[in-house]
Design a protein around this ligand. Structure first.
Ligand code: ADP
Ligand code: AMP
Length: 214
């Protein structure tokens, strides 16, 4: 099964994508995680991406598209995947459709996690991320067992620089301009399904399981 997660930054795409990946045993592919790993390792890509990420802007398509296409050709993707944070622009979506077309394949579902802007700043300021393994928590809604420490790998949790309120507002603006049009794009392809992302995270997951078929 090939799934694309849509929604504003902080809507809960990553949280739900991880649960989908666990249940359906498919890889969770997050472009944000790939960029953060590159930043941590100090690669050329990481250096270029950081300049955009820190400002709340999107990393240019020419750096992003090739990266994801390479990832989708890896062996673990043969039974499908859940894409989290990709595509984020119409050219990214078109290139994904094109690559899949050539293989006679298509995205099965684009799951839109719908959360109004009012809820987003609050969600993001409470998000804590593990930059070692990619796990995410929320200080109130999904706290780790030991405050500030990742349950999975025991690394220290951080408030991402781009989750600070001033950057979040910029990211929301960029979302509405460049990413929201993907809702129409996938609606036209007949694969769009929306869930109410303001509900408790287990309720959101149940709604997604109903859509994908248990
Ligand atoms: P995204 O991947 O869309 O940017 P995340 O999955 O990282 O968003 O979620 C953003 C923050 O909100 C995280 O701290 C996460 O723990 C929390 N969160 C996710 N889903 C819910 C929910 N349904 N209710 C409350 N908090 C949530
Ligand atoms: P995320 O972890 O999905 O919130 O992504 C963090 C940041 O990485 C975004 O604000 C963008 O700057 C960048 N990014 C992630 N995915 C993409 C993408 N598909 N296209 C462009 N930039 C991206």
């Amino acid at each position: 099964m090939k799934i694309v997660m849509l929604g504003a930054p902080g809507a809960g795409k990553g949280t739900q994508a991880k649960k989908i990946a666990d249940k359906w045993q498919i890889p969770h592919i997050s472009t944000g995680d790939i960029f953060r790993a590159n930043i941590k390792q100090g690669t050329e890509l990481g250096k270029k991406a950081k300049a955009f990420i820190d400002k709340g802007m999107l990393v240019p398509d020419e750096l992003t598209i090739e990266l994801i296409i390479d990832r989708l050709h890896q062996a673990d993707c043969t039974n499908g995947y859940v894409l989290d944070g990709y595509p984020r622009t119409i050219p990214q979506a078109e290139s994904l459709t094109e690559v899949l077309d050539k293989l006679d394949e298509a995205i099965d579902y684009a799951v839109n996690v719908d959360v109004p802007d009012e809820n987003i700043v609050n969600r993001m300021s409470g998000r804590r991320a593990c930059l070692n393994c990619g796990a995410t928590y929320h200080i109130k809604y999904a706290p780790p067992v030991n405050e500030g420490i990742c349950d999975r790998c025991q690394s220290e949790l951080v408030l991402r620089d781009d989750d600070k309120p001033e950057t979040v507002l910029k990211r929301l603006e960029v979302y509405h301009e460049q990413t929201q049009p993907l809702i129409d794009y996938y609606e036209k392809l007949g694969v769009l399904r929306s869930v109410d992302g303001t509900k408790d995270l287990e309720d959101v997951f149940s709604a997604i399981v109903d859509i994908l078929g248990a």
